[in-house]
Design a protein around this ligand. Structure first.
Ligand code: ATP
Ligand SMILES: Nc1ccn([C@H]2C[C@H](O)[C@@H](COP(=O)(O)O)O2)c(=O)n1
Length: 225
């Protein structure tokens, strides 16, 4: 029997298919995108990592986070490279790997300011649109703005408490503090975080990770080679 994954796997392998997975902070976007991409045998693309890497470089260099011209000059002098592997994305600045430094509370606290700058958004969008399809792309505006032509779109949600409890298993911080920071970030990211009208909404709070990945794979439109 041909499953949705195997049928799509063939199309992905030969075609330029794009699936987008957007959603609020810590809703499971990268875990789900990685699982779906692995099932389909294609890379996934984590757009948030580029915003995080831009924020880290600005913090390290003392560039004010809302000064777009200075930030863009710094980014052009220190080009970033997103390595879109299906097992986990990596970000490089020259020979230095930044990946492990991108999920700190310091970067979390500043990234929404950087992501609010239209010049930075255009810089990220250009890098994403230069990537060769097929892939699964995750972020906030993948289905609305960056890849409106995507073949299938999903939007993940979960309550702030559930998301904070999951994050607390990864970081030595207490749940109420993480929850408050997530609510604040949701608020600051809201301008670019609306679901695409044609996205399928999935509440990840009521499903295990494998269940969400299975729901995405099952919802991919039937395709035949
Ligand atoms: N459905 C799920 N059930 C249980 N845990 C989950 C589920 N989805 C994700 N997780 C866990 O929640 C945490 C956050 O997931 P993940 O990092 O994939 O979210 P994200 O939306 O990409 O986050 P961010 O917005 O910070 O980049 C991880 O520890 C992940 O393993
Ligand atoms: N397409 C995107 C991706 C991310 N952002 C912003 C919003 C977040 O605060 C930050 C980090 O993203 P995350 O790692 O939480 O997915 O980057 C955005 O505005 N647009």
């Amino acid at each position: 029997m041909r499953t949705a994954a195997s049928s799509w796997g063939h199309i992905f392998y030969t075609g330029r298919v794009i699936v987008t997975i957007d959603g609020v902070a810590a809703s499971g976007k990268s875990s789900v995108a990685s699982g779906v991409a692995r099932a389909l045998g294609v890379p996934y693309v984590s757009s948030g990592l580029l915003y995080r890497a831009a924020t880290l470089l600005a913090l390290e260099a003392g560039v004010p986070l809302d000064e777009a011209p200075a930030l863009l000059t710094h980014l052009h002098a220190h080009p970033l490279r997103l390595e879109a592997l299906s097992a986990g994305n990596r970000v490089w600045c020259g020979k230095r790997e930044l990946t492990d430094d991108l999920h700190s509370s310091r970067v979390d606290g500043g990234v929404s300011r950087v992501a609010a700058l239209p010049e930075v958004r255009a810089w990220v969008d250009a890098q994403l649109r230069a990537l060769p399809a097929p892939f699964v792309a995750e972020g906030r505006d993948m289905g609305t703005h960056v890849f409106p032509q995507a073949d299938a779109k999903f939007y993940l949600t979960a309550s702030p408490r559930v998301r904070a409890e999951r994050r607390a298993r990864e970081r030595p911080e207490d749940v109420p503090a993480i929850e408050a920071a997530l609510i604040e970030r949701d608020h600051r990211d809201r301008a670019q975080s609306a679901p695409a009208p044609d996205a399928r909404l999935i509440d990840t709070g009521t499903l295990p990770l494998d269940g969400v990945i299975g729901a995405v794979l099952a919802a991919l439109p039937a395709r035949r080679a």
